[in-house]
Ligand binder design. Sequence first.
Ligand SMILES: [Zn+2]
Length: 426
Amino acid sequence: MSWVLKNVTLYGEGDPVDVALHEGVIAEIGHGLSADEELDATGCVLLPGLVDLHTHLREPGREDAETVDTGTQAAAVGGFTAVHAMANTEPVADTAGVVEQVWRLGQEHGHCDVFPVGAVTVGLAGKEMAELGTMADSAARVRIFSDDGKCVSDASLMRRALEYVKAFDGVIAQHAQEPRLTDGAQMNEGVNSSMLGLAGWPAVAEEAIIARDCLLTAHVGGRLHVCHISTAGSVELIRWAKGKGWDVTAEVTPHHLLLTDDCARTYDPTFKVNPPLRTQADVDALREALADGTIDAVATDHAPHALEDKETEWGAAAMGMTGLETALAVVVQTMVTTGRLTWRQVAQRMSETPARIGRLEGHGRPLAVGEPANVTLVDPGAAWVVDPAAMASRSRNTPFAGHHLPARVKATFLRGTLTAREGKPV
Ligand SMILES: [Zn+2]
């Protein structure tokens, strides 16, 4: 089936045009175009399909929280055409067999492309390097390796991993958290943690690992990606590493761009997340760094959890928040309506750059004739209120429940096939 999007502006720039999608590609851009199906896109912005560097799909092992099917439906609703699925499943994605299983599930369900992340160490135990080469050579073609959820804290192992993946242009995505500094930590270390009597998680626990890993990356000439940076100090370190010309990239989550540790005062475990929500000064530094390109990409860290793991007291609750369905709207609220980013820059930070970091083909491509029809149609004027019960994710742990957000994904297309429309998966 062919589609034509009528009166849409590409990247929110220039005069409206019609865009025809046919046989999986952008077939024509012009005026007065027609197709089997027509979608009125007056006032809407067309972006390349969003690409997430950091999604927890939970399958295999925690299908009560999310599956590849429900998670990729949530991705499609949020405007994503590709996600990287983190390795902390049960079993852990530390072999070719498990990454191929996740990759095949993605192919079967087809709501978006799923690119499995391989674990750096066997069982995420931080002791022994996993078979990175066989995962890279598998059908899943893994390029990003991460023990996310845990830090590769052994400097020697980290050095060897950075060195090893160079052979196939891989990247190590580090969850930067010095475990000895965060034993029992519950929230950001600061005024609020003292007041609430919760064990603090100091910024230095993140920053010390980032500094070390940037130096290791320079030493071996490797490629490092830093997951979900959350502090102003981390921003300074990334800026320093880039200034040196080292191959270091970084991501920030939408929740770290909007929320602060004041949220913990509610004792609502929805706001318990790893890394923790920080201070307003950190939020301001993250926004500035995403605007000036120090932070390369937005990644959701979509972390669905079953009710019983979240609806409990703060100390016992699991860490993490859902994010796929709200990511773009939160970025619009914090970065576009405030004048920090143009739509074209949103396309870079949420599609083009994540695709480049993951070495993906067919995603993050220009909106041009002949390119794959992986596109996201955004209505920048469609304000909405977040309702957890209306979400496609199997889990309900969004920190934005009841928030009024600007802009909504109107439709998502994967190789020309409609995957979501008006907040619902197709
Ligand atoms: Zn993480």
